[in-house]
Design a protein around this ligand. Structure first.
Ligand SMILES: C[S@@+](CC[C@H](N)C(=O)[O-])C[C@H]1O[C@@H](n2cnc3c(N)ncnc32)[C@H](O)[C@@H]1O
Length: 225
């Protein structure tokens, strides 16, 4: 059964899908970060990669480039409007090995275990990011890789003005509105992003971690044994 948060997220992203797609494609520097997140998956040609919360498919070109025409890219999202843009993109590009599934990323199942799972700007939206990361790790084929790309407040010494701007962005992009959270939404986001990374580090044999955009953006990848 859909929770209030699920319904709010689907309505929010459904309403703003066109605008989100524009931001996702046109924000300077974001393409490079997406490429680095795809690199953290260490994909090989022929691999199957699943993207959880794929939105409008902005990561698809990076993933498809790495798995090649013989590999597969599967995008999972629960918002119809976002998936419609992702499917338009697939059709426009003529990608025959990229597919979308409408499902809840926290309990989706696959017949065949994927080689890699990616989630970008998603774990901060999940009530239990730790459980989601463990579930994604369980889905993977042995030796599969999981990577997370997220934004959160920067811990760096010059963080105050950066975090002030970041908080405004978090409020503007909170599907449930500020009142829905028990703490400030940016604190909830920070905690969820940190919890997801902790879970990934605990599950992985080896991890990589890089920080970008003044410490606001983190990319963590891990190999699940
Ligand atoms: C901030 S957008 C990120 C989209 C994309 N990953 C990107 O980097 O542009 C978050 C996306 O996650 C989706 N989402 C959030 N929670 C989800 C869940 N439990 N299951 C499936 N999709 C989810 C939303 O519908 C939305 O499209």
């Amino acid at each position: 059964m859909a929770t209030d948060a699920t319904t709010a997220a689907q309505q929010f992203y459904g309403r703003w899908a066109d605008f989100y797609d524009l931001l996702a494609r046109a924000t300077p520097g974001l393409g490079r970060l997406r490429a680095r997140a795809a690199d953290a998956l260490a994909l090989d040609p022929g691999d199957t990669v699943v993207e959880m919360g794929c939105g409008t498919g902005a990561n698809f070109p990076h993933l498809r480039e790495r798995v090649g025409p013989e590999g597969r890219v599967v995008g999972v999202d629960f918002t119809q409007g976002m998936l419609a843009r992702a499917r338009d993109r697939i059709e426009r590009e003529g990608w025959r090995n990229v597919h979308c599934v409408r499902a809840d990323a926290t309990d989706v199942e696959f017949r065949e275990a994927p080689d890699a799972v990616l989630a970008t700007f998603v774990v901060g939206m999940l009530a239990d990011p730790e459980a989601a990361v463990n579930r994604w790790a369980d889905l993977l084929a042995p030796g599969g890789r999981l990577a997370l790309l997220d934004a959160a407040q920067t811990p760096r010494w010059f963080g105050w003005p950066v975090n002030r701007a970041f908080r405004g962005l978090v409020v503007a992009s909170s599907p449930s509105g500020v009142e829905a959270y028990e703490a400030a939404p940016w604190t909830v986001l920070d905690e969820r992003v940190a919890a997801a990374r902790r879970a990934l580090r605990e599950r992985a044999d080896e991890t990589t971690h890089t920080e970008h955009a003044l410490g606001v953006v983190r990319i963590t990848g891990g190999r699940i044994g």
